[in-house]
Design a protein around this ligand. Structure first.
Ligand SMILES: Cc1cc2nc3c(=O)[nH]c(=O)nc-3n(C[C@H](O)[C@H](O)[C@H](O)COP(=O)(O)OP(=O)(O)OC[C@H]3O[C@@H](n4cnc5c(N)ncnc54)[C@H](O)[C@@H]3O)c2cc1C
Length: 394
């Protein structure tokens, strides 16, 4: 089949790899002028995603570029004694197989795995889909048998096939901002931050960059346009001006940052993510919420399952239906986990904040079996580690 994929980040290149490997003629169209390299933010790969990487032969490349927060240290405003988590050791004890990697490094590895057998078109976007005929913003119209939207939370393919994002997006109460800082190459693998009720700000150092990460909750949605960066920065200042510490340090650098990201933490809820010849994969179809839901692993598993189901069934209608069935439980549980994670990450009252500080100190002192016992009952880890991958034909 001739298959068009929109989006070359995680789900797109991974689906492209598996579809091309099974003999399909695959084209990936990406809006950006080139593949984003060495930027973005850290993402988590759990056991099923790593198993897919092994099956693609890229596991070693991924682990070679793992970042890994080793130490997370945070304080309440005014406190001198921070709570510390040895994250690397703790995650290994709790989750076993887990890798953290910058999203753009992951994207590059997945792209390179398949690019010799996939046509990549950068700097273009789908303008219309009319059955098999696809019109582009820049290039000439072409025919495809299937179109896959792997173009993220604000998916263009979803808008064209299913209607406006507002019909499916649910704000889960929080906002997220990330900025890159150029003048502070701190110790790699370390996160320092300040946490208060409804707000947290962290500084994250990896091998190449230092980033600031803000998350905060508001009782009602904020009024801003998604392209209005000055307004977004003003909102950020309004919410963090009095927090001091890392927040103040980062806010001072807002004017100089080469990369600024601001978005609501939004969950996508669609009953079905396939329609006719079109289907969605990754954040485009079932984003549980950026930074809170383990959505990268979900995107990788989704892309793998979609390509696999297209190998199991000759008819795309059956393949899409089976793809959705296979993933439904994982998607549901990821949504529930994301809502809880947003609450845990940013405590909503004094009591929750105190529990976070004391709980963190306690967790470090527990022996491994106790950590396993505690985290085994954590919906999140079970959601992301328990998915069983099928072996698909080809
Ligand atoms: C600040 C932040 C922190 C995060 N932290 C984590 C974390 O700790 N752990 C975790 O697992 N996940 C995290 N995530 C989520 C993770 O980045 C996504 O789940 C993952 O990247 C999803 O991959 P995807 O391929 O589905 O979509 P995306 O990575 O969003 O990629 C979509 C691609 O489509 C392209 N595109 C968009 N519009 C068009 C168009 N019109 N035409 C063609 N191409 C288009 C984009 O340029 C992009 O390349 C975080 C996200 C954010 C924003």
């Amino acid at each position: 089949m001739r298959i068009l994929i929109s989006g070359a980040s995680v789900a797109g290149p991974l689906a492209a790899y598996w579809l091309a490997r099974r003999g399909h003629a695959v084209t990936v169209v990406e809006k950006a002028p080139e593949l984003r390299k060495a930027g973005g933010h850290a993402v988590d790969l759990f056991r099923p995603a790593l198993e897919i990487a092994r099956r693609m032969g890229v596991y070693d490349r991924i682990t070679a570029r793992r970042t890994g927060v080793e130490l997370l240290s945070f304080r309440r405003p005014g406190d001198t004694r921070p709570a510390r988590i040895r994250v690397g050791a703790l995650t290994a004890r709790a989750a076993g197989d887990h890798v953290e990697i910058m999203r753009d490094n992951l994207s590059e590895i997945l792209y390179e795995a398949g690019r010799d057998h996939v046509e990549y078109v950068f700097g273009d976007s789908i303008a219309a889909i009319d059955d098999r005929v696809v019109t582009f913003e820049n290039g000439p119209a072409r025919e495809f048998d299937l179109v896959i939207g792997a173009d993220g939370l604000h998916s263009n393919v979803r808008r064209l096939a299913f209607g406006p994002e507002s019909d499916y997006a649910t704000w889960i109460g929080a906002y997220l901002a990330v900025l890159t800082v150029t003048d502070h190459p701190g110790p790699s693998g370390r996160v320092d931050g300040v946490v208060a009720v409804d707000r947290m700000a962290m500084i994250y150092h990896d091998h190449t960059n230092t980033r600031g990460f803000f998350m905060f909750r508001t009782p009602a949605p904020l009024d801003y346009h998604h392209r209005d960066v000055p307004r977004q920065q003003t909102l950020l200042k309004e919410h963090f001006d009095d927090l001091g510490g890392e927040a103040a340090w980062l806010l001072d650098r807002l004017g100089d940052t080469p990369a600024f990201y601001f978005d609501s933490v939004t969950q996508l809820r669609m009953d079905t993510w396939s329609k006719g010849r079109v289907t969605l994969v990754g954040d485009a179809g079932y984003c549980p919420g950026p930074a809170v839901g383990g959505s990268t692993s979900l995107a990788m598993v989704g892309a793998y399952v979609l390509a696999g189901e297209l190998a199991r069934f000759s008819d795309h209608g059956h393949a899409f239906a089976s793809y959705e069935r296979e993933l439904a439980d994982y998607v549901q549980k990821s949504r529930a986990f994301a809502i809880g994670a947003a609450r845990r990450l940013v405590p909503g009252n004094e009591r929750a904040l105190r529990t976070l500080m004391y709980g963190t100190r306690l967790l470090n002192r527990l022996p491994t079996p106790a950590v396993r016992l505690l985290t085994a009952s954590s919906v999140g880890l079970r959601v992301h580690t328990s998915f069983r991958l099928r072996d698909y034909p080809g």
